[in-house]
Design a protein around this ligand. Structure first.
Ligand SMILES: Nc1ncnc2c1ncn2[C@@H]1O[C@H](COP(=O)(O)OP(=O)(O)OP(=O)(O)O)[C@@H](O)[C@H]1O
Ligand SMILES: [Mg+2]
Length: 258
């Protein structure tokens, strides 16, 4: 049995995986003073898929992820998890209900070991120390970092640091995991490597992945569906082929690529 699968079948009761099948933004508007960062955006991430969220800098991608994870309240519109309205939910409630995320600028505890970084998530969920360590080690094994378990996180290579961040989010047994530019700052080869690995998460962990990434080639190759934002508005949504063939997307987004 592979490690990812044993993590699923061995999941202790306190980590029962939430069953929501959809994470939805419905007519979401976010205003910061006079600026509309998000204007009337609707989208649904399905469990089991890799859903790409793309758009130029400042398009509103992070703001939308903040809404979908409870870090930003929509000015109007709503976020639904498994059909249930989430108004008033804290980020912690989103996490507990199965919505995990990583941040654009990774947030590891740099002075702690790799193992401790992952273990704290399990301890936070109420696992005892021994169970937390076992589960964290199984997760590190899956992400290919078991050999680095006792290393201080601040000394990790950049790509490994990102994997630890994703491992921490996966410790929550999420129904959805939202990754804000996990490959930012990486070379094309490193980015490809990481994103191809990310694309295996839905099957291994029975969850949906929302992925923000600027490398179009990588996005097109791993996403089931893609939503394009531009200036806070939805420009298009569809399969990679549909997005590639969309003239508005080409003009607004692909046209900016070198
Ligand atoms: N807390 C905030 N207060 C005021 N304006 C904000 C705030 N957060 C974001 N914005 C503005 O909202 C718009 C959308 O920003 P956001 O960070 O969501 O874009 P993004 O698509 O994630 O961009 P990037 O690709 O650079 O990460 C930008 O104009 C940004 O300056
Ligand atoms: Mg962003």
């Amino acid at each position: 049995m592979e490690t990812g699968e044993s993590l699923l079948s061995d999941r202790p009761g306190s980590l029962a995986q939430p069953q929501a099948a959809e994470l939805t933004a419905e007519k979401v508007v976010v205003r910061f003073g006079g600026l509309a960062a998000i204007s009337d955006v609707s989208l649904t991430v399905q469990r089991g898929e890799v859903f790409g969220l793309i758009g130029p800098n400042g398009a509103g991608k992070t703001t939308l992820v903040n809404c979908l994870t409870g870090f930003q309240a929509p000015t109007s519109g709503r976020i639904m998890l498994g059909g249930e309205p989430t108004a008033g939910w804290s980020p912690d409630k989103f996490r507990k209900q199965g919505v995990a995320r990583t941040f654009q600028a990774g947030r590891l505890f740099r002075d702690m070991t790799v193992l401790e970084n992952v273990e704290v998530t399990a301890v936070g969920l109420g696992l005892g120390r021994r169970a937390a360590i076992a589960r964290a080690m199984a997760m590190l094994d899956w992400v290919g970092l078991a050999a680095q378990a006792n290393r201080v996180a601040g000394t990790l290579a950049y790509t490994d640091e990102r994997r630890v961040g994703i491992a921490r989010a996966l410790m929550l047994s999420p129904a959805f995991i939202l990754l804000d530019e996990p490959a930012a700052g990486m070379s094309d080869a490193e980015c490809e490597d990481l994103v191809e690995w990310v694309a295996t998460i839905p099957k291994r962990f029975d969850c949906g992945v929302l992925l923000i990434e600027h490398n179009m080639r990588v996005i097109m190759s791993v996403c089931d569906r893609i939503h394009v934002l531009d200036g806070g508005r939805s420009l298009a949504e569809g399969t990679p082929v549909e997005i590639q063939d969309n003239p508005a997307v080409m003009a607004a987004y692909l046209g900016m690529e070198p």
